[in-house]
Design a binder for this molecule. Structure first.
Ligand code: FAD
Length: 362
């Protein structure tokens, strides 16, 4: 089977042999980030003058998709780390960016995004879970982030949305080794277990103004949302491509009954991927987030349909632990796509509230 592969061969062969262990937790979570960094993936889409490789947001989506074709756990860690890098690239705080970026691009330290809470806050779904009080020239943070991925035990920075002393929300970068930062053990997940996903508690954590990524979260978060969400959609694209390729390969004699459904899923995948690429290039999603929400819904649904088609095309062998291992992993991976923030329920509710149809993206 031919997969889309703008990835170096050592990485693709490692991903192929590690995919099952990244899902079950048999591969040490600390091994993943350095592998992705060694392939220079985190430099994609970052300006050359800052140590990046240049390129566009669509190139980042394509790279996350290529990794996710082989392992959604790896694609998810890629997303979390690259989203944090993007926050720095879009931050007015150049000193923070210059200080943290070299280690992040090299994968020496992990970047994690705790901004689901911020995205739900923007949608009016939940209060901010971290608050700050003034302490001289600095700030003291208290609160919790119940789900964060890429909290690498060896060291991380995490972006968190914080209710400021005056009630106005801002976004801060919090380092793992600050007094008062407590990381839980890895959460006991049903899949994606080597993703260093844990909860974080902040208890009277001191930060300075030089650790503020964006002082006005209400202005900044909608601007960074197209990258946050667009990169995340790369996971759906990759999983859908892989499952459709597996289904096509299995759909031999007697299974051509699935041909129309496979063609329809492929058309929907291509149309929504093209719409994502175009919207990112035009910077259209800041003003029209509903278009991006529809693409997110469409591609998560295509990925779930594609895994269902892989099952139908492959038949009973999917139900055997050995031959069905890849399928069973993709089935569990697909179950994650609707729940990651912004969840499909949340987006459908937002579109319904605007009176906009949730239907096809393109
Ligand atoms: C493996 C894993 C890794 C994760 N990693 C990260 C991470 O790195 N960073 C991060 O910030 N988060 C992360 N999350 C959190 C994730 O993105 C979601 O925020 C979280 O799973 C949803 O929160 P919940 O389960 O508490 O849903 P709830 O808040 O209990 O809501 C249940 C469902 O209803 C929807 N919903 C709730 N209220 C409304 C409403 N009023 N209208 C419409 N819909 C509504 C929600 O979107 C959700 O789909 C991770 C989650 C998982 C499972």
């Amino acid at each position: 089977m031919t997969l889309t592969a703008p990835l170096p061969a050592p990485l693709t062969s490692w991903l192929d042999q590690a995919a099952a262990g990244l899902d079950t937790g048999a591969v040490a979570p600390g091994d993943l980030l350095p592998r992705l960094a060694a392939a220079d993936l985190f430099r994609i889409g970052a300006p050359e003058g800052l140590g990046g490789a240049g390129g566009t947001a669509a190139d980042v989506v394509e790279a996350i998709a290529a990794v996710s074709e082989r392992s959604l756990a790896a694609g998810f860690v890629f997303w979390g780390h690259r989203a944090f890098i993007e926050y720095l690239l879009q931050s007015p705080n150049a000193a923070l960016r210059d200080r943290l970026l070299p280690d992040l691009l090299d994968g020496r330290i992990a970047g994690a995004t705790g901004l689901s809470n911020a995205m739900k806050f923007l949608a009016g779904l939940e209060e901010l879970q971290v608050s700050a009080r003034a302490d001289g020239d600095g700030l003291r943070l208290d609160g919790k982030l119940p789900w964060v991925t890429n909290l690498r035990a060896e060291g991380f920075h995490v972006a968190a949305a914080v209710a400021g002393p005056d009630g106005r929300p801002f976004v801060a970068s919090v380092a793992y080794d600050r007094a008062g930062v407590t990381r839980s053990p890895d959460l006991d997940l049903i899949a994606l277990r080597s993703t260093s996903t844990a909860a974080l508690k902040l208890d009277d954590v001191a930060i300075g103004a030089d650790e503020v990524i964006a002082s006005d979260a209400l202005d900044w978060c909608p601007k960074v949302r197209p990258a946050f969400l667009g990169f995340q959609i790369g996971m759906s694209i990759g999983l859908a491509r892989r499952a459709l390729a597996e289904a096509r390969e299995a759909a031999g004699a007697g299974r051509h009954a699935l041909g129309t459904e496979l063609d329809d899923a492929a058309v929907r995948l291509q149309a929504a991927t093209d719409a994502l690429r175009k919207g990112l290039a035009d910077a259209a999603f800041v003003a029209r987030p509903a278009d991006l929400f529809r693409i997110r819904i469409a591609l998560a649904e295509v990925a779930n349909d594609a895994v269902g088609l892989e099952l139908q095309a492959s038949g009973g062998k999917c139900y055997l632990t050995g031959p069905g291992e890849g399928f069973a992993r993709r089935w569990r991976e697909a179950a994650f796509l609707p729940v990651i923030t912004p969840s499909l329920v949340q987006l459908k509710a937002a579109l319904a509230a605007q009176g906009a149809p949730a239907g096809r993206a393109a």
